[in-house]
Design a binder for this molecule. Sequence first.
Ligand code: PLP
Length: 473
Amino acid sequence: MTPEQFRHAGRRTIDWIAHYLETIERHPVLSRVAPGEIRRRLPPRAPERGEPFDAILQDLDDVILPGITHWQSPNFFAYFPANASPPAILGDLVSSGLGVQGMLWATSPACTELETHVLDWLVDLLDLPDRFKSDGAGAGGGVIQDTASSASLCALLAARERATGFQTNETGVDRALTAYTSTQAHSSLEKAAGIAGIGRRNLRPIEVDAAQAMRPDALERAIAADRRAGRTPCFVCATVGTTASTAIDPVPAIAEVCRRYGVWLHVDAAHAGSAALCPELRWIHAGVEHADSYCFNPHKWMLTNFDCDCFYVADRAALISTFSVTPEYLRNPATESGTVFDYRDWQVPLGRRFRALKLWFVIRQYGAEGLRAHIRRHVALAQEFAGWVAADDRFELAAPVPLNLVCFRHVGGDPANQRLLDELNGSGSLYLTHARLDGRLVLRLAIGGTFTERRHVAGAWQLIRDRAGAAAA
Ligand code: PLP
């Protein structure tokens, strides 16, 4: 492809994306293809000769789009959002254009320094503790991970190393380590405990209260029992905004338990963290100033295309000691000078994309004001929706609604709720997912789409009410 052909194809591709976003509501939100259907539409073998670019774009429409579940649809209310935005798309495109691999400061200084700088900006924007800043008085710092799952794994590995005098990387796990999180924590913690060699069984599920938040007294009892049994408690993960219902664990009390027992505290605010852009919602971060590490995902609720998780540590030396391995071919004067960050030492893989660009584009395009408006709009819509649910005696709220997720159910019981969910998602007009709270099925309506307006939420409620009768029958 010549530069001129690239320009032409690039313009056509941007036009294709713009048209897709403009007309996204025409598609059924949830893809309707059967397993294997997309592969059957693809030729069995890769083309021997290059094809015209137009043929590729045509197949996006004909082959790929039918197999897309439209995460950017304003009627996508499932899981948590993965909201994209035009500036993030362009930032990502520039990242691809530069084709940089930023494993070391020296492999592209701007890749590292922009990341450090933007993550410090976000400490201010979310009013996070200063000790998470790379240029603060403390010894902390922030780094972009692909996902919150990776951030939690990194935190757990660093906690394991700190608890074992930074020996486990060398010797392998040689003692009974334990970790703790609530029964409502994300499944990535279980995965991480297995990968870290701690063992999934040694990740203690701590019970929750009526609001689905971790009980600090139960946490303390579990840690004390493990200590008495000769085990080494090394890691607690508190969740700010649980996956099922956005419950907020009591971080101040949990932090106090961690302090007493010398255990690493990680705070997973994957979805909810972005809410702290708004001063009136910063209560969600009470106690985070005592955490050893913290993460939130701009790729969920801050207009930044997947993947982008911001991971902060109070003591970057612990993280670097956990991950640093320097083969000869990576040696360079900048690293040796000790004056630069090499982010390969802050993560599991060696290589890394220039993800900070899309964050930088987003923050500059919307400004703090625009980002706050985005959060406030969704929180207000969720509160309004919760009011509609509460006022209809066929439905009930299933959990508190602190932010932008409404958990609700039909009073007719699990079978009625399952039928209602299937009907709604089968309609193509919206997409909701479910959770189980206290053993009962609940429907989750997460409002966080870049393009979601009041009319979409009102439309969803109308559809839910219309289908409620049939579901209960
Ligand atoms: N933590 C929480 C609280 C989540 O809700 C999720 C996903 O929804 C995750 C972690 C995992 O996020 P990621 O896909 O970034 O690993």
